[in-house]
Write a protein that binds this ligand. Structure first.
Ligand code: GDP
Ligand code: MG
Length: 437
């Protein structure tokens, strides 16, 4: 899938100390290929990688972080932007607010009509009315009743009437007379774009002047989704897109392309057949989903905010020269503490929670550690080997701790120094840099 491919793409950058034009180009070529495979339109994918490349090159401020991750961040930011940046709300200004569903047959209009009604009822305190304008299949009206029953929302239908425009207009009258403040009009779709369907939905659209016209599209249909979106948009100039069937590991490529091609925001996504399987569309979350990187991004961001580059360089030199002491340990702890909860941080580093499962991590342990280190003399701090039993007893007394705690810290310090040395090798760089080392 796309995230595996991107993983591979970003892997190319591993081991490079700095982002250069060459390794960025290589990686972005892979990114572009991955986007194309996920049904992102060619021109969009190309423009996209060009933009990221421009941003990536010459970012020497960030050479301290792993370049691969910087690139992940740039790609994520750009993807987010591409999908609309901010969350797009739904227009509920009318009284009643009229919402028209459009889209091909099987795209999920009826299901989504129910989900939206349920969402507005339970989350927005609205009184919605569902309207059955799919007049071609008797089962379609029945389906909407099943949906309406399951969420306790009234359904309006006229089984004998074959004019969807009339049905929709009558439904709005019914809504006004009965205190409904949202009218959701479910319409008929065809298996492919055809004139008859387009004419019909256009007539309904013109007659009821919806506050919100939504185009519902099956995320699994890939590039076809873009063409369908274009066709509907030309006729309806719709207000937003609903991306359904985004459950499982459906590729997200359609989301990227649709936004860029029709320039209409994606407003909601459907993630299952049940009535509560509806989510507001967050471009940033979709970007993360596409990249499959979850928390790594926020960790990189936090590291960027808190990271003291100067300090890090100093410490790195000391480790290399075997001069790493308790003063440095203390400043490491302070760096780490600035970044937040230690357990959370370790949990966010891919693979680290497993690797560090034997290392005890306690947040309030820092308190004792700091007290103990403060009770050491400068010479003890810079040459921990000097600390013998007698000195340990004095330090314990001075810091109000027990000698076992001092012993424990000495052991931890040894472990950490060892770990840091290890992390200077390939593969370990990342974790160490994040910890400010
Ligand atoms: P319509 O023809 O556009 O009204 O589409 P329907 O609402 O009848 O949906 C077609 C099929 O897709 C039904 O079997 C739905 O249960 C299913 N469906 C709709 N939305 C989703 C979704 O978000 N996830 C999944 N897995 N199935 C969905
Ligand atoms: Mg339907």
């Amino acid at each position: 899938n796309l995230s595996d491919k991107l993983d591979k793409a970003f892997h190319i950058l591993k081991g490079h100390g700095k982002i250069t034009e060459v390794n960025v180009a290589e990686t972005l070529k892979e990114v572009r290929r991955a986007l194309l495979d996920a049904d992102v339109n060619f021109k969009i994918a190309k423009d996209f990688t060009t933009k990221v490349k421009e941003k990536a090159i010459g970012q020497d401020v960030l050479t301290t972080l792993q370049p691969g991750q910087l690139l992940v961040k740039l790609v994520k930011d750009e993807l987010t932007e591409l999908m609309g940046g901010d969350v797009a709300g739904i227009n509920l200004s009318g009284n009643p607010s009229i919402i028209l569903m459009s889209g091909l047959q099987g795209s999920g209009k009826t299901t989504f009509s129910g989900k939206l009604a349920n969402y507005l009822l339970t989350k927005k305190n609205k009184k919605p009315l569902l309207v059955a304008c799919d007049i071609y299949r008797p089962a379609a009206i029945q389906q909407l009743y099943v949906v309406g029953d399951s969420i306790g929302v009234e359904v309006y239908s006229e089984p004998e009437n074959k004019n969807p425009v009339e049905i929709a207009q009558n439904a709005i009258k019914h809504a006004k007379a009965n205190g409904f403040n949202v009218v959701i009009v479910d319409t008929a779709g065809r298996l492919a774009v055809d004139e008859e369907m387009m004419n019909e939905i256009e007539r309904v659209h013109k007659a009821i002047q919806p506050n919100e016209t939504l185009f519902v599209v099956d995320a699994m249909t890939g590039q076809d989704a873009v063409n369908t979106a274009k066709a509907f948009n030309e006729r309806l100039n719709f207000d937003g897109v609903i991306l359904t069937k985004l459950d499982g590991d459906t590729r997200g490529g359609a989301a990227i392309s649709i936004k860029s091609v029709v320039n209409k925001p994606i407003k909601f996504v459907g993630t299952g057949e049940k009535m509560d399987a509806i989510d507001v569309f967050y471009p940033i979350r979709m970007a993360e989903r596409i990249l499959g990187m979850g928390d790594v991004v926020s960790l990189v961001e936090r590291a960027q905010e808190q990271f003291d580059e100067e300090e890090a360089r100093k410490i790195q030199k000391k480790i290399a020269k075997n001069e790493f002491g308790f003063d440095d340990f203390l400043s490491q702890i302070q760096q780490v503490k600035k970044m937040g909860n230690m357990k959370d941080l370790v949990g966010m580093i891919p693979g680290a929670s497993k690797a560090m499962k034997d290392v005890e991590i306690e947040d309030d342990a820092f308190k004792h550690i700091e007290a103990i280190i403060h009770s050491m003399t400068p010479i003890e701090r810079s040459k921990p080997a000097l600390i013998d039993v007698k000195r340990k007893a004095r330090i314990a007394k001075g810091s109000g701790t027990k000698i076992e705690q001092v012993n424990q810290l000495m052991k931890q310090f040894e472990q950490m120094s060892k770990m840091m040395k290890m992390m200077q090798g390939p593969g370990g760089k990342n974790l160490m840099k994040m910890m400010g080392g």
